[in-house]
Design a protein around this ligand. Structure first.
Ligand code: HEC
Length: 121
């Protein structure tokens, strides 16, 4: 009786060289995807906000956009446009959005806060 591994190896799709299918996939440009973040709302946003349009709609909002306005936006996606977003997912998504694209973004570090260069020996 052939071993399980032997059977696996005989399956044709496993015989494809790595990357054989990759050439047919065109990934969207970086700006069209949600900016990566350790915030819990990031994965939720990717899952729930990527079905109808790209992340460009979030990216082009004013950087001063406050939490309440983001919440109104996400609620509009849910209630007006019918996005399948669970009620308890809204706050984490809003938290991610306002801290990534809106008024609560971390300011870029000032020059003086950057670590000093290591002196040459
Ligand atoms: C069911 C489809 C759908 C889903 C899912 C969806 N949207 Fe939208 N979104 C729309 C439509 C439709 C528009 C309006 C497009 C237009 O005006 O051309 C829109 C517009 C927007 C805009 C532009 C500003 C505005 O209010 O029109 C932003 C920002 C936005 N969406 C963010 C999000 C975020 C964040 C999520 C996830 C929480 C999301 N969308 C999920 C359908 C969706």
């Amino acid at each position: 009786m052939p071993s399980f591994l032997h059977l696996l190896r005989s399956l044709p799709f496993l015989a494809l060289p790595a990357g054989a299918l990759a050439a047919e996939i065109t990934l969207p440009p970086e700006t069209a995807r949600y900016v990566e973040s350790p915030l819990p709302g990031y994965a939720t946003a990717v899952a729930m906000c990527s079905t109808c349009h790209s992340a460009d709609y979030a990216r082009i909002q004013p950087p001063t956009m406050a939490r309440a306005a983001w919440k109104a936006n996400v609620t509009k996606m849910q209630k007006t446009f019918g996005a399948p977003i669970a009620d308890d997912a809204i706050d984490p998504i809003v938290d991610y959005l306002v801290k990534t694209y809106g008024a609560e973004r971390a300011p870029a570090p000032a020059k003086s806060e950057r670590p000093a260069a290591v002196p040459a020996r």
